[in-house]
Design a protein around this ligand. Sequence first.
Ligand SMILES: *Cc1c(COP(=O)(O)O)cnc(C)c1O
Length: 405
Amino acid sequence: MISRRSILKRLSTMPLLGGLVGTATPLSTLASTAVAPRNLAKELGIRTFINAAGTYTAMTGSLMPEEVLETIQAASKEFMMLDEVQTKVGEKIAAVTHAESAVVTAGCFSAMTLGLAGVLTGMDQKKVEALPHLEGTGMKSEVIIQKGHNVGYSHALTNTGCKMVFVETVEDVEKAISEKTALMWFLNIQSDKGKIMHQEWVNLAKKHNIPTMIDIAADVPPVENLWKFNDMGFDLVCVSGGKAMRGPQSAGILMGKKNLIDAARLSMPPRGSTIGRGMKVNKEEVLGMYVALDRFVKQDQQKEWQMWEDRVTHISDTVKKVAGVKTETFRPELGNHTPTLRITWEPAKVNLTVKALQENLRNSDPSIEIVGEQNGISLTTWMLKPGQEKIVASRLKEELSKAAV
Ligand SMILES: *Cc1c(COP(=O)(O)O)cnc(C)c1O
């Protein structure tokens, strides 16, 4: 690395800058403006890209707004007690989300593991240290889940040592419930893939005195989802912080009943000898998450939506000029609720595979990521920086036109 001193020396020997030193500009100002901040992406050869795909974990989720970054910066300059940060932030988040209590976790996935841990252990320290071993501890060991909700994320629950019990109908649930049942889990984004809907699930559980948890990881907007399921009676609600809310990617929120959040926190850092010790969230992320949530709740939702729509319209109008290209706009109802553009083309008029289009966009400058589908591509505009929709539109048009037969 070039030292500050050698930069100063070099600057003073350069004719133009050397001349400037003699003027009123103090040397220190000159040096600090002359030295560009390190560009780690460039230095390490990491590809950056325009994200027209969406809030994908592999693509680092979302970009944090200035307020969040400033919060992280400022928080990093002082020591604080981690538990106190969590308690104070938790009270604020709980008030916004109509929950009794809340805690910032290392993403939605860890919210689920920790929430279930709390259900299993209560405030019993021995049980906390026993996890994930349940046998002979007196802890319950089963989670009831609808077959249609069984996507990979339920692994967060088996991490506690619990087994999944699959059901389809209300009768199945009644039969499945036993003294081993710890939790009834619901996955919002898959709710149309199960026979039992939210309120019925909650009512069934309440009838048998079993706690409920819902995963709404990617399901804001609408912003109301942040309190809807607390209001509905779910005991625990888990959401990602680094998707549409644009908090730190490694943050999420566990909210719900106070006794369960208190119990979940026994499995969280700073406490060791727990299954959650590796799910640390630092004070910067906890505070950053709070500011991101606050900003998200206060922002003009309609204006945001209109901006995403306008961008989609611009891209759609541009690519439709290529003969044989069709577009369709849809808004996924349950999660990733944002205007989404699907682009397809007639192979007889545009001779281009989905994979080739994806790679051409990815491998040019600026690199662009879109979503490849079976018969075309889809894209969203909510993760774009202002103006990037123009680049996405013209690059798509260019690639599609080039392949015109
Ligand atoms: C993204 C996601 C998760 C994991 O959330 P993290 O915040 O990345 O831990 C869990 N469930 C669903 C449905 C998701 O989409």
